[in-house]
Design a binder for this molecule. Structure first.
Ligand SMILES: C[S@@+](CC[C@H](N)C(=O)[O-])C[C@H]1O[C@@H](n2cnc3c(N)ncnc32)[C@H](O)[C@@H]1O
Length: 380
């Protein structure tokens, strides 16, 4: 029996700044005994909950199933343990493709890449010896991701039950410069507390990430509805019937929304095209309205909230026009948002002061390594 089978305990990787929301989400999906660790949480789950978490979570990066934990003081020992103590055909075959993600710190083995290399050798040699053929490495779309974590000379080898980062929802077929991460967009929607009693508008929709996440949130569409293959399907105790049940239950809970509950616009034609394409993959009935427009010319419906991520100048270089854009945005909110709220994600916090509005709160949220601010404005 492997470790996760004995304990029922999995590790959810979560960005540090989103942990409290992700823990709430995990609980709502049925996870138990949630216990924090660096950049993640351990949780206890049966198979149904594990599949549900992978299919429906919006804030988790991936879920690992630990196969084995052992003291590991040298690369030789890593190789030997991986070679001797795991029946690798329980997880993959000689014709599979795999990829190892590794993270090593404060240990005799110094380099993550080297550790991954040794684990790869052990798996390859295991198959070559037994079958005369070995699985090959594929870093783009492997059949299985294996995770190696070594800290203070303790190693954990896990299978990635998600089958690649869960931010890859599958709808981003076209992109723009500086898109927001899908997980961050989902977090912004969650934190804003938006519900269907208000219209939601994104005036800088880019490739439509916030619109897509808002749509999935309000319609109960599973975040991973487009993913074809999950890592948990490689586990030796994978239960297809339970997986079918999880999918059916979730799909039965999808709700319809009125056209125009969610809308957005962008000044760039390429961005509008990207948004239309991306949204069409999840919003099959075209309920999301998208148009090309400078935000300054927009007229918004009463009872609209804004959730948006305007350009932030990192790539624009010129500070002056971008400050003007934020001043104009402040004026636009004063004019168009009455008795409602706007939630703005600032990639560059220096720009908050150009808005000329008093924030209700500011929260630190990272997007792709940049420390941004999520700011709420209540306008009366
Ligand atoms: C940071 S990107 C938004 C990215 C988006 N959240 C995504 O995930 O793809 C900012 C967007 O603002 C748009 N933009 C810049 N100036 C604008 C303006 N005056 N009116 C409307 N959109 C504008 C840009 O074309 C760009 O797509």
């Amino acid at each position: 029996m492997y470790q996760y089978q004995k304990t029922g305990i999995y590790l959810a990787q979560i960005p540090e700044d989103l942990k409290e929301y992700a823990v709430e989400e995990l609980k709502s999906l049925g996870a138990e005994e949630i216990r924090g660790t660096y950049k993640g949480v351990y949780f206890k789950a049966d198979k149904e909950t594990l599949y549900k978490v992978n299919y429906q979570s919006r804030l988790i990066v991936r879920v690992l199933a630990p196969i084995i934990t052992f003291d590991c003081h040298s690369d030789k020992y890593l190789y030997k343990t991986a070679y001797n103590n795991i029946n690798w055909e329980d997880f993959l075959s000689e014709s599979s493709t795999f990829f190892i993600l590794s993270n090593v710190s404060n240990s005799n083995i110094r380099h993550s890449k080297f550790a991954a290399q040794r684990l790869k050798d052990a798996i390859a040699d295991y198959f070559t010896k037994k079958y005369g053929k070995r699985p090959s490495v594929n870093n783009k779309d492997p059949d299985i991701y294996i995770n190696l974590f070594i800290r203070n000379n303790k190693a954990i080898i896990s299978v990635d039950t998600s089958g690649g980062s869960l931010h890859k929802r599958g709808y981003r077929k076209q992109s723009v410069e500086a898109p927001i991460s899908e997980i961050v967009a989902a977090a912004l929607i969650k934190i804003s507390g938006w519900t269907s009693d208000k219209f939601l508008y994104d005036p800088f929709c880019g490739s439509g990430t916030i619109l897509c996440e808002a749509f999935m949130h309000v319609t109960n569409t599973p975040s991973m509805i487009l993913r074809k293959r999950f890592g948990f399907e490689n586990l030796p105790d994978f239960d297809r019937k339970t997986w079918q049940k999880v999918k059916e239950k979730a799909i039965n809970k999808i709700k319809e929304i009125p056209k125009g509950l969610i809308s957005g616009s962008d000044i760039s034609e390429t961005a509008v095209k990207a948004t239309l394409k991306n949204c069409s993959l999840i919003d099959k009935k075209n309920k999301i309205i998208v148009k090309r427009m400078d935000f300054r010319k927009l007229k918004l419906k009463k009872d609209t909230i804004i959730i948006t991520n305007p350009p932030y100048g990192i790539r624009l270089k010129t500070e002056e026009p971008i400050k003007t854009l934020y001043k104009d945005l402040g004026d636009f909110l004063k004019r168009e948002i009455k008795d409602s709220s706007a939630f703005i994600y600032f990639g560059n916090r220096e720009l908050i002061k150009s808005m000329g509005l008093r924030p209700k709160y500011k929260r630190i949220i990272f997007n792709g390594g940049l420390e941004g601010r999520f700011v709420r404005y209540d306008i009366y």
